[in-house]
Write a protein that binds this ligand. Structure first.
Ligand SMILES: Nc1ncnc2c1ncn2[C@@H]1O[C@H](COP(=O)(O)OP(=O)(O)OP(=O)(O)O)[C@@H](O)[C@H]1O
Ligand SMILES: [Mg+2]
Length: 254
């Protein structure tokens, strides 16, 4: 696969058909970009445009360029050349197969070694509470387990240079770890989020309103400091949550 250096989003129209204020966004390798905006504003729609490498052929009229050019048509359809992996907001397994069978099948379709299956399960289990076993059926996994499995699968088997994440914070998994895992080395990561820690972990965030990109905010060093503080509070809350989950009693506030 040719190397991806950059993705460019060329603006289209908002829900009223008015041109988006932001006409062009360049995202480089190694960058995490956030997408923020009210419920129903069009965040997932922007993610979908990137996933499909839209060429003015979606309702928003946006165009996605790869390395500054319109991508080759094969890239949009061949799973082995797939540039984009997506962890989507609505995710349900329909196939009645075991975790191991599913991962083996996915590894084969990507032309990868089936030996990676064990690594995916191990990684997934670092993100979720109740462990996933190879013989578990996909349809019996909990919401958090499914998202953990898909996160690890994207990191190890898909290994696509572009990773799109839609609201991982609601997934009941360790979200910061998941984002760091997916960000990996030199990937382009675009993350839809309402979560202040995740939003501020990104270097820039695109603001969406009424279906259109209205602003891009660069995370300042002040915001990075705020991010560190919130993440301390967040980790503390998470440990409290774990205590409650284990069925223990919360005795002291530290
Ligand atoms: N530019 C646009 N032009 C036309 N329709 C749009 C545009 N952007 C979004 N929509 C439509 O608006 C609706 C809501 O969009 P979307 O699901 O992307 O919102 P969201 O921000 O992801 O919401 P949530 O926070 O609830 O996940 C969808 O039906 C989508 O097709
Ligand atoms: Mg959405």
């Amino acid at each position: 696969m040719s190397e991806i250096i950059s993705l460019t989003i060329l603006g289209g129209v908002d829900k009223d058909g008015t041109e988006e204020a932001i006409r062009s966004v360049d995202i480089s390798r190694g960058e995490i970009v956030g997408i923020v905006g009210p419920t129903g504003s069009g965040k997932s729609t922007l993610i979908d445009d990137i996933e499909q490498l839209a060429q003015g052929d979606t309702p928003t009229g946006r165009t996605i360029l790869v390395n500054g050019e319109r991508p080759d048509a094969n890239i949009r359809v061949d799973p082995r050349r797939k540039l984009v992996a997506q962890l989507s907001q609505k995710m349900h397994f329909l196939a009645d197969m075991t975790v191991e069978e599913f991962l083996q099948m996915h590894a084969r379709s990507r032309g990868k070694d089936a030996g990676l299956v064990t690594r995916v399960i191990e990684l997934a289990n670092t993100l979720t509470g109740e462990p996933i076993a190879p013989h578990h059926h996909l349809t019996a996994l909990s919401g958090g387990q499914s998202r953990s499995l898909m996160t690890a699968d994207i990191a190890v088997i898909s290994d696509s240079p572009v990773v799109l994440i839609d609201e991982v914070e609601n997934a009941g998994i360790k979200k910061q770890e998941a984002l760091q895992l997916l960000a990996g080395e030199g990937k382009i990561v675009v993350v839809v989020t309402h979560d202040p820690v995740l939003a501020l972990m990104s270097s820039r965030r695109i603001v969406i309103r009424n279906g259109g990109m209205i602003d891009i905010i660069t995370t300042s060093s002040q915001e990075q400091d705020v991010c560190c503080r919130i993440s301390e509070v967040d980790n503390w809350l998470m440990s409290l949550r774990e205590t409650i989950r284990r069925g223990d009693i919360v005795e002291v506030i530290v």
